[in-house]
Design a protein around this ligand. Structure first.
Ligand SMILES: Nc1ncnc2c1ncn2[C@@H]1O[C@H](COP(=O)(O)OP(=O)(O)O)[C@@H](O)[C@H]1O
Ligand SMILES: [Mg+2]
Length: 297
C-alpha cells in the first residue's frame, strides 16, 4: 500500500485564509462533542500489525490518552494529526514503549504487535525498539562518523559477522535512505558536519539498518527546509513498500501527500480515522472538519 494521493491538490488541504476567523472560534471546542472511546470512520483492519484497544495514558493523575482503540495495518502509512498537545506523540511512543522511560507515565489497555502483548514484562524492549524504530523531530546523529552511525545498531544487535557484511548493511541502508551517492566518499567524516536534511536521512538509514518492521516518525520534517522535506517525503513513499510507517505531522499537506489513512486526535481522544483523501475532502466528524478548515489549531 503506497499511495501518494496525487488526486489531492494542495487547495483541498490548505487552510482557508480568505475569511478572517473570529478569535473565539480559534479556541478548541469542548470535549462535550466527543463520545468517550468512540472513533468515527475506519479505525480497524483485517490484518493488523498493531492492535490497540482501550488505550489510556496518564502522566501522574492527568489523562493524556483517553480510551483509544485503533488497528494499524501491515505496510500502511498512517498519519496522526491534531492540535498541539492532543496526545499524538504520547500515543506514538506507546508503540515502542518509549514512554517507559518517563517515570510518571502509565499506559493502560491492550496493546499488541503481531498478536503479542507489547507490554508483557518479559518482552525484551531493546529488541522491540529494533523492530519498531523511531525517527525524531530533530535529527540526532551520534557524534561519530557517518559509517559508525549506521553501523551502530547492527553492531549492538550482532547482525554482521564480518566487516564486509557490516559494510554491506551500511551501504544498503544508506542507499535506501537516498544518501549513498552523497556520502560514499566520506563515510569516515563526522555525521554532525552534514546538512540538517542529510542528518535526518542518516537517522532514517540508522533506523532501517537493523531491519525494522515499523518506523515511527514524530514530525520528522519540522526542522527541515522545503527541499529536504520533499526528499524525506519521497523516501517515506519508497520505504512504505517494505515497512509500516506511522508519522505524526502538523502539516496537513504532508499527511495528504504521504499517508494512506489519517487519524485525527483531539484532547486525548481519537475522533476520526479514515482514508486520507476522505479526511481532507469529506471528513465525517465536525471536529475534524473544523480542524482541517483552520477554525482552530
Ligand atoms: N513528559 C511529560 N510529562 C507530563 N506531561 C506530558 C509529558 N509529555 C506530554 N505531556 C502532556 O500530555 C499531553 C499530550 O502531549 P503530547 O503527546 O506531547 O501531544 P502532541 O504530540 O499532540 O503535541 C499534553 O497535555 C502534554 O502536556
Ligand atoms: Mg508531539
Amino acid at each position: 500500500m503506497n499511495s501518494m494521493n496525487p488526486s489531492l491538490s494542495n487547495e483541498n488541504v490548505q487552510r482557508d485564509t480568505a475569511e478572517p476567523v473570529p478569535v473565539d472560534a480559534r479556541e478548541q471546542p469542548a470535549e462535550s462533542v466527543i463520545e468517550y472511546g468512540k472513533t468515527v470512520g475506519t479505525p480497524f483492519s483485517d490484518k493488523p500489525k498493531f492492535s490497540l484497544r482501550d488505550v489510556e495514558v496518564y502522566y501522574g493523575d492527568s489523562p493524556a490518552i483517553k480510551g483509544i482503540s485503533l488497528d494499524i495495518a501491515k505496510n500502511e502509512v498512517i498519519a496522526f494529526i491534531g492540535p498541539s498537545g492532543c496526545g499524538k506523540s504520547t500515543f506514538l511512543r506507546c508503540l515502542n514503549r518509549m514512554n517507559d522511560s518517563i517515570d510518571i507515565c502509565r499506559v493502560k489497555g491492550q496493546l499488541e504487535l503481531d498478536g503479542q502483548d507489547l507490554y508483557d514484562p518479559k518482552r525484551d524492549v531493546v529488541e522491540l525498539r529494533a523492530r519498531v524504530g523511531m525517527v525524531f523531530q530533530k535529527p540526532n546523529p551520534f557524534p561519530k562518523s557517518i559509517y559508525d552511525n549506521v553501523a551502530y545498531g547492527p553492531r549492538i544487535h550482532g547482525l554482521a559477522n564480518r566487516k564486509s557484511e557490516l559494510d554491506d548493511i551500511v551501504e544498503n541502508s544508506l542507499r535506501k535512505a537516498g544518501l549513498w551517492n552523497e556520502v560514499k566518499d566520506r563515510l569516515d567524516a563526522p555525521a554532525t558536519g552534514m546538512s540538517g536534511g542529510q542528518q535526518q536521512r542518516l537517522c532514517i538509514a540508522r533506523t532501517i539498518a537493523v531491519s525494522p518492521e515499523v518506523v515511527l516518525m514524530d514530525e520528522p520534517c519540522s526542522a527541515l527546509d522545503p527541499i529536504a522535506t520533499a526528499r524525506v517525503e519521497e523516501l517515506i513513499a519508497e520505504l512504505s513498500e517494505s515497512y509500516t510507517i506511522i508519522i505524526v505531522t502538523h502539516s496537513m499537506q504532508q499527511a495528504a501527500r504521504v499517508s494512506d489513512r489519517t487519524a485525527y486526535f483531539h484532547l486525548g481522544h481519537l475522533v476520526e480515522v479514515n482514508e486520507t483523501n476522505k479526511v481532507f475532502t469529506t471528513p465525517e466528524h465536525e471536529l475534524t472538519e473544523s480542524y482541517i478548515t483552520g477554525r482552530f489549531g
